[in-house]
Design a protein around this ligand. Sequence first.
Ligand SMILES: Cc1ncc(COP(=O)(O)O)c(C=O)c1O
Ligand SMILES: N[C@H](C=O)CCC(=O)O
Length: 429
Amino acid sequence: MVTGNSKELFESAKQFIPGGVNSPVRAFKAVGGDPLFINAAEGAYLYDVDDNRYIELINSWGPMILGHANELIEKAVIEAVKNSLSFGAPTAKEGEIAELIVNMVPSVEKVRMVNSGTEATMSAIRVARGYTGKDKIIKIEGCYHGHGDSFLIAAGSGAVTMGTPDSPGVTKGTAKDTLLAPFNRLESIKELIESNPSEIAAIILEPVPGNMGCVLPEPGYLSGLRQICDEENIVLIFDEVMTGFRLAKGGAQELFNVIPDITTLGKIIGGGMPVGAYGGKSEIMDYVSPQGPVYQAGTLSGNPVAMAAGYTMLEYLNENPGIYTQLEEITSFIVQGIQQNLKKLNLSYTINHLGSMFSLFFTEKEVIDFDTAKTSDTKKFGEYFRRMLNQGVYLAPSQFETLFISTAITKELAEAIIQANYEVLNSMH
Ligand SMILES: Cc1ncc(COP(=O)(O)O)c(C=O)c1O
Ligand SMILES: N[C@H](C=O)CCC(=O)O
């Protein structure tokens, strides 16, 4: 594979950008080799600056659920751009997208738009604290909620990939208000509540984590959290930045029928533009300024171009719920194909899968939380990643990320992915 142009651009970028990238995991540091610089993408394909073509299994870390360069979204963006890029004043589209989100996501009665998932989660815990008058939060180990200080403790995604799940720069004062529990362990949550009586404002988690790789909640875990929060006057926050509009049109909360108090959203909600949102019960959201005293603002919040893209995406998903069955079927087909490959090759690595999210973990252990995810052989994953790239399949460059399937993945492409997986695993063992 020729990658000279990417190499050159990376060397140049490193002079002016820390590590040459604007988000750490993109640097390929954990998998070796230099990152590919991307020129264009269409449907299921990504094209780099050396004209190599790849089948896309990241989809901009989730947002591109309909594949790249979707005509409807492109058209909506072009129309919006004609009226100026930003007003910093209310628009009709903001009301329309808010109403659509309220109709689609079961927990959301009112919603505030922001510019990223990070802003959404930072704002959500501030409201939870303002509403309850309590300071501490419980965070689940291995979940990633963006780069807000309160969350860079036992954080998944790029943070664990770079070997910095507890980031320097987070003050001890902030860190002491973030308590940690393993995923899927209600007992541990109960112990934290007992040892911090009347101090916990919120429990925040990814209901189906994708940032330690894809991990599934065990039966009763999410409903158990709901019950504990009700009993203890704790705000339950589902971070559905990844799972929102992906696992179902109402997200993981619809799928598992567990309704949180606050939901954070991102990725798909912007159709590829930088958007986030947090919403929930009116009683809680009415604490947000200017209705209430909890301050949160944004110069570009509700940006008209981003709202046009997001609205078009959500409207399409709302009107075409069959997409979720289609995504589940094609993802199951790929997962089963990989499972058969593993069997043929006498390998017993673990695959976790739900809807259009899946991860192949290079461990023989069942992966149910951060500790078991970390038993994966990351060196082996790096080799797998590089060889898959050579086969023309673009994976997330970290063991601690889920893959995302888009509707652009056809049966033929799914077969090509399974074949590439077989050849690569065979060549490695
Ligand atoms: C579950 C989850 N929450 C929050 C975030 C932060 O979103 P953003 O990167 O848009 O700030 C991400 C992804 O980065 C995420 O996957
Ligand atoms: N896992 C992260 C978000 O979901 C990946 C995005 C990033 O860190 O660049």
